[in-house]
Design a protein around this ligand. Structure first.
Ligand code: UGA
Length: 442
């Protein structure tokens, strides 16, 4: 099926590594997966994926059965016969916001011990600060070529994003170094941008920083709508229809979570500071995001006599819909904060089945079970929440309050069921205070 006689080696079995592994197998390549976590390799060999995502268990099974994918717990066996080695290990944030490149350098050190049968091309796909892949290129120049090719996939749709990218960015010192990698992906028939490694690193980090900025902007607009009695759905839709702006990533809510945005914006702020550059936009993006959960909790607080000893039904814990990932989930942070304020939570998430919760709180197995509470708080944008008829849970909610931190519910249906609905920038309230301010100043 393909013209590569040799398999491709993928180092790392996280979201990016697994998407590369399954995506390349889907494209017809033979893939060798490797991870330093031997128990994960054991499970993968048995067909058990390391995380939940629609379709990946089936795809893994299919490609294990067809022997297109093999997993190794020894790097020499995994990489020796490969011409291309893709490195997709995590680059978590350190305390000061800088990226921890330890796992990446460990992978490179491990690769330097491999007895390659040819001259390999190493392709870094992890998100790294600018200058990192040039430093790695210098370290490996006596035994490998180094290409930086960022990945733009989202959790929840990782493999299909891998197979349908908006663009393929390839950073290399000389185009010939990238030829093998282009060949690997040529069936995707997507726009390819050839550039330097440093440019490619900046494209990735700045794309994430810009998406995060858009979300913080949407949250600021929605908060303003709340005060003015305006509707953020209409305002942001109207803004997004301008093609220069675009409507994606303008959904207001509790703020962005997950392992990427906060880490990448922090890393960009750290790089800006390192070079004596302004980092106001990065810092403001993070400040708005840090403040957003409290804004939603204030709405909840304003609708209840007290949070102490209140029971709050929670819909959603994952950092976004379509995943069971709670890493840097603002939903989880909000549940912890509610616990500190003396509330008890009855929590339901369709994908998260185990996670530590504050004392007195518990995970339940159905959305309706979580509505037996004083108020209901929606924290993840699972579309299935919107499909539940509010009449089914209205009478369960003691104080008849629903705070929709993701604007996922149909506000009029919730209100028609006799509940008080509060969303983000979906205020029904008047604009007495702002109007007075406007007329006083004008
Ligand atoms: C993000 C980027 O979207 C990917 O392009 C990138 O490859 C990835 O980071 C990465 O660097 O690995 P991901 O973190 O999986 O992907 O999730 P997103 O879908 O981007 O959502 C991030 C957070 O923003 C979630 O908490 C989500 O609920 C929130 N969000 C998203 C909003 O609050 N509003 C929106 O309009 C969109």
């Amino acid at each position: 099926m393909n013209s590569f006689a040799r398999p491709v080696c993928i180092i790392g079995t996280g979201y990016v590594g697994m998407a590369c592994t399954l995506g390349l197998a889907e494209l017809g390549w033979s893939v060798h997966g490797y991870d330093i976590l031997t128990d994960r390799i054991e499970r993968l060999r048995l067909g058990i994926p390391p995380y939940r995502e629609p379709g990946i268990a089936e795809s893994l099974r299919e490609h294990l059965d067809s022997e297109r994918i093999h997993f190794f717990d020894h790097i020499d066996e995994a990489a020796r016969d490969c011409e291309i080695v893709i490195v997709a290990v995590g680059t978590p944030a350190r305390e000061d916001g800088s990226a921890d490149l330890g796992p990446l350098w460990t992978a490179i050190e491990q690769l330097s011990t491999v007895r390659f049968t040819g001259w390999p091309t190493i392709v870094i796909r992890s998100t790294v600060p600018p200058g990192t892949s040039d430093a790695i290129a210098a370290a490996v120049e006596s035994w490998a070529d180094l290409v930086y090719a960022p990945e733009f996939l989202r959790e929840g749709s990782a493999v299909s994003d891998f197979l349908n990218p908006d663009r393929i960015i390839i950073g290399a010192e000389h185009p010939p170094q990238a030829v093998r990698y282009v060949h690997l992906l040529q069936r995707l028939q997507k726009r390819v941008v050839f550039t330097t490694r440093c440019n490619a690193e900046l494209i990735k980090s700045c794309s994430n920083a810009f998406l995060a900025l858009k979300i913080s902007f949407a949250n600021e607009v929605a908060n303003m709508c709340d005060v003015l009695g305006a509707t953020s759905d209409d305002v942001l839709r109207g803004i997004g229809y301008d093609r220069r702006i675009g409507s994606e990533f303008l959904r207001p809510g509790i703020g962005f979570g997950g392992p990427c945005f906060e880490k990448d914006v922090k890393s960009m702020a750290h790089v800006a500071a390192q070079y004596g550059l302004g980092r106001e936009l990065f810092s403001a993006t993070l400040r708005v995001n840090d403040a957003q959960p409290n804004k939603i909790l204030k709405i909840l607080e304003s609708e209840l006599p007290t949070l102490t000893d209140a029971t709050i039904g929670i819909w959603g814990l994952a950092f976004k819909a379509g995943t069971d990932d709670v890493r840097d989930s603002l939903a989880l942070r909000m549940v912890e904060e509610l616990g500190r304020r003396g509330a008890r939570m009855v929590v339901y998430d369709p994908a998260v089945h185990v996670t530590p919760l504050p004392p007195g709180s518990r995970l339940v197995t159905s959305a309706l079970e979580a509505t037996h509470a004083d108020a209901l708080l929606v924290l993840t944008e699972w579309p299935e929440f919107a499909r539940i008829d509010p009449l089914k849970y209205a009478s369960n909610i003691e104080r008849r309050v629903v705070v929709d931190g993701r604007n996922v519910l149909d506000s009029s249906r919730v209100a028609a069921a006799g509940l008080t609905y509060r969303g983000v920038g979906r205020s029904e309230r008047g604009m007495e205070v702002p109007l007075r301010l406007v007329s006083a100043g004008s």
